[in-house]
Design a protein around this ligand. Structure first.
Ligand code: APR
Length: 308
């Protein structure tokens, strides 16, 4: 039987994600939004592309959570995107209400699903989703690190004029200005970046990575990034459905790992059929560990504001 993915939010991220999922025939997709007609129209349009693209997976747009029942994965993208000058944190209260309502309804009808949260501010929203759903921590995951690492890898590949496929790099911590790109695990075809790029140049790339979301917001002016974020979610879903046990940086609920307790923070995790199968604990330099703890403190501040 085909897998079922519910995408909450039929806006830029949600609709692009639905598009990518059906194109790759990863699952049947239900696209749900609070707006009437938008998910139905986008869903039907994507369904009608099936005969041309050659996919038989089904996609349906709806406003009714009953249609989402028994999903294997629920992806939460609904919420308000950033406008220029707005930080992810400005979104906090508005999106808290959206996540609470939408995840609550989706979790009730898909009690065994794995939840992937995209809505910003990411780390606080995924913590909200954990509380509202009541799901175990291995089934609630935040998408941030795959995207932030992809930005980091893009900039490195461009600077060194090498294939993006040869660039490995981790970005840990919260999905905000305090995120932690980790130079000690950045390699080009296995060669440490320190041998190929001066520190000053890498520092500029790290800074650009931290501001990567804002760079897109400032260009678009009417919204935030959606192509790379949706691609990042697809990689996570592919790892889960194919039980790849792939190690990807994701926001995971930490219970003492990395010296952090009771918070979602971006760390390397092993993703497979059951969701987060392991939090991979890597050795960090003292500076990287300090930056991770600072980032966790910023996440904690947000979480305390909304009390989740
Ligand atoms: N239930 C369902 N859908 C909702 C709700 C709700 N309670 N509230 C808002 N939505 C829908 C909107 O109607 C809209 O279609 O969420 C969708 C959001 O789409 P966009 O405005 O295009 O935003 P998008 O770019 O997709 O970003 C969504 O992802 O990356 C993050 O920061 C970003 O938090 C933002 C989220």
């Amino acid at each position: 039987m085909r897998k079922k993915v519910t995408v909450i939010g039929a806006g830029n991220v949600g609709a692009t994600l639905a598009h990518r999922l059906v194109d790759k025939q990863l699952a049947d997709v239900v696209l749900i939004d609070i707006l009437e007609g938008i998910p139905q129209g986008k869903g039907l349009d994507l369904l009608e592309a099936g005969p041309i693209e050659g996919y038989d997976v089904h996609i349906k747009g709806t406003n009714d959570y009953n249609d989402t029942a028994n999903s294997d994965i629920v992806v939460m993208t609904a919420g308000f995107p950033r406008k220029p000058g707005m930080s992810r944190d400005d979104l906090l209260k508005a999106n808290y209400d959206v996540v609470k309502a939408a995840v609550g309804q989706a979790a009730r009808v898909s009690p065994n699903a794995i939840l992937i949260v995209v809505t910003n501010p990411l780390d606080a929203m995924v913590q909200t989703a954990l509380r509202v759903s009541g799901f175990p921590k291995h089934r609630v995951i935040g998408m941030a690190g795959v995207l932030d690492s992809a930005r980091y890898r893009t900039f490195i590949a461009e600077a060194l004029r090498v294939s993006v496929q040869d660039v490995e790099g981790l970005v840990l911590g919260g999905h905000g200005d305090t995120m932690v790109p980790v130079p000690s695990y950045t390699t080009i075809a296995g060669v440490p970046i320190s041998q190929l790029m001066p520190k000053e140049q890498l520092d500029i790339i790290i800074d650009r990575t931290r501001k990567g979301g804002a760079e897109i917001v400032n260009l678009l002016k009417t919204g935030s990034a959606f192509y790379a974020p949706s691609a990042a979610v697809v990689q996570m879903i592919d790892a889960i459905f194919n039980d790849r046990k792939k190690i990807l940086p994701c926001a995971a609920y930490l219970d003492g790992e990395y010296g952090i307790k009771g918070l979602f923070v971006g760390v390397p995790v092993k993703l497979g059929a059951r969701g987060i199968q392991e939090i991979v604990q890597i050795k960090l330099t003292a500076d990287e560990q300090a930056a991770l703890e600072k980032s966790a403190a910023a996440v904690k501040e947000l979480v305390e504001i909304i009390g989740v």
